[in-house]
Design a protein. Sequence first.
Length: 367
Amino acid sequence: MSGDMNVLIAGGGTGGHLFPALAIGEEIQHREPEANIHFVGSTFGLEAKVFPIKDVWHTLLPIRGLQRGFNFMSLGRNILLPGRVIHSLIKLKTLFREFSPGIIIGTGGYASALPLYVASRKKEPIPIVLQEQNSFPGVTTRWFSEKARKICVAFQDAENQLNTNTILTGNPVRQGIMDGNKLKAVKEFRLDSEKKTVFLFGGSQGSAFLNQIMNKVVNNIAAANIQVLWQTGDKEYDLYNKKDSENVRLIPFINNMANAYILADLIICRSGALTLAEVTVCGKPSILVPFAAAAGDHQTKNAQALVNAGAARILFEKNLKPQEFYHTIMNLIHSKAELDQMADASKKLGRPHATQDIVDHIMELAS
């Protein structure tokens, strides 16, 4: 790859699409410091805040996804959509003319669809690489799968469904996520290294449902001398912080997730693709509660892939009773053999070198 190579990376809207884009860009830049990397996202996505903080070269399009609701706000946003598309296409035409990308990488979300469309319509089509995070391919991946030279997928199920130019690579994970230190973790979270620990989190923002159901059973778990490390999210910390005790540690947001993972004997979480990538590279058994409102119910499909491999149990939010939640936790935490089997299965699914593998395939096309 020569120093004048121009790489355009399009994706965003949510962290699940944005952070793989950033990880891929960082790895390309690490290998080829002279490469020109330009990110494309949406003014309405998380990237509008993150790109300036990361100080990356970027363009934000005034585009947002089709609103599925039936209220006045959704209707109003959908009415504005055609104008936003036209404005975005004008910006992209200028960008493609001035930047002249030699390869385009799409990581999904509505922010990536238009750049991929423009690339695919060129007289001399620009090579496209897609990175699909979920077990059920997203709309953008399905739209452009036949135009892509390579599709890097994280789940075997996605590979089976796309059935064209797919490579099983896994999802990028944060650097250092496997480098937790148990001794430091015990001090950081003020917990006992000799006791079993359940780690519950609902993503960086927390999960109202997981917080509510844990609140109903946490006293009984603690009474059984099991520790609970509980990330509530900033917004709900004040609702539950009175539950903090010798065996229960509530934290609004955990900066050092590597230390939380290494301390955990059992994890309870949602089943977003990037969360599962971290859980599996760390080789942790888990109870997964898919977010029911996720697009295309992709979190259930992600979770099912781990369940099928013997790495996780799945509980469905609808009709989940505290008693079932409690017994599932206690039955697993007291079964070392089952936890060990699940941990082994989880570790086998983990792909710690996913970012490097994805970039290997990008470099092959870009050279």
